[in-house]
Design a protein around this ligand. Structure first.
Ligand SMILES: *Cc1c(COP(=O)(O)O)cnc(C)c1O
Length: 263
């Protein structure tokens, strides 16, 4: 029931992210409305978010870009003021903390990715964390064909569209083993990130990401702004560190933004 009568339900989503964020919105029959980012943190800019909230806004989807939690205080305030649920695309942020609390403790829905390149990988797959107990139970039914595993097949009555979204046991087994060492894995990313913070901070032509107070990023992907990208990439390569460009603004993807909004 996310769509309103004229089918114009909107999801406010960060513009600078992997296209999966906006893609999932279109997949649900809703319209992604891209929110500009703060060029200092690369996270959703709450001032632009505030401007774009309207009566069709159904959900705010934040991305904890590259492992730093979004601008939590301001987003929580706006979400509460307008009673809009927040879904976290936490693909980069397992183990990241804000106000001393790990990702998954701030919002009603948190989506983790266990794709091959993420902190924890099941080779492919992910997890949806739902705070509300009743919605969590409903989620488990939707996940598996609309069938309730607590009932026998003959007792089951499918009442809404279900999917085949469960993870198989082989992938889950890979994930469970990684979960045992997840703190160590995340700590390694943090250690590497802090090393780069320390050693790149005084270099001319390099601007490091700004971290919010109260934020302890998981440093999934180390990202920075440089005056000369090609030269910087070459310099890192010479020093044995792979570097590359990555995301393009999602509003520039025709399919994701059939009704462009001026940023
Ligand atoms: C990796 C990634 C995803 C997609 O995850 P899958 O597990 O491949 O579906 C979604 N959002 C962001 C920001 C990502 O980096």
């Amino acid at each position: 029931g996310l769509e309103n009568e004229d089918g114009k339900g909107e999801v406010l989503v960060s513009d600078y992210t992997f296209p999966a964020s906006g893609n999932s919105v279109v997949y649900c029959g809703l319209k992604p409305v891209f929110v500009d980012i703060d060029p200092k943190t690369y996270n959703m800019d709450y001032k632009d978010l505030r401007k774009k909230i309207n009566k069709n806004t159904k959900v705010i989807m934040v991305v904890h870009t590259f492992g730093q939690s979004a601008d939590m205080d301001n987003i929580i305030k706006l979400a509460n003021r307008y009673s809009i649920p927040v879904i976290e695309d936490a693909a980069h942020a397992i183990g990241a903390k804000f106000d001393g609390k790990k990702t998954g403790n701030h919002f009603p829905f948190t989506v983790f990715s266990f794709q091959a390149l993420k902190h924890l990988t099941t080779i492919d797959g992910g997890a949806l964390q739902i705070q509300d107990k009743a919605l969590y139970e409903r989620g488990k039914i939707i996940r598996w064909f609309g069938l309730d595993k607590k009932k026998t097949r003959l007792e089951n009555n499918i009442t809404e569209q279900g999917y085949k979204y469960h993870m198989n046991n082989v992938n889950a087994c890979v994930g469970l083993l990684q979960l045992e060492g997840i703190d160590k894995i995340v700590d390694k990313y943090i250690e590497n990130g802090k090393y780069l913070d320390q050693n790149l901070k005084d270099i001319r032509g390099v601007e490091l990401i700004k971290y919010y107070d109260n934020s302890e990023p998981s440093y999934w992907l180390y990202t920075l702004k440089v005056e000369n990208r090609a030269d910087f990439i070459k310099m890192m390569e010479v020093n044995g560190i792979a570097a590359s460009e990555l995301h393009k603004r999602n509003d520039l993807h025709e399919y994701l933004n059939d009704n462009p909004v001026e940023l």
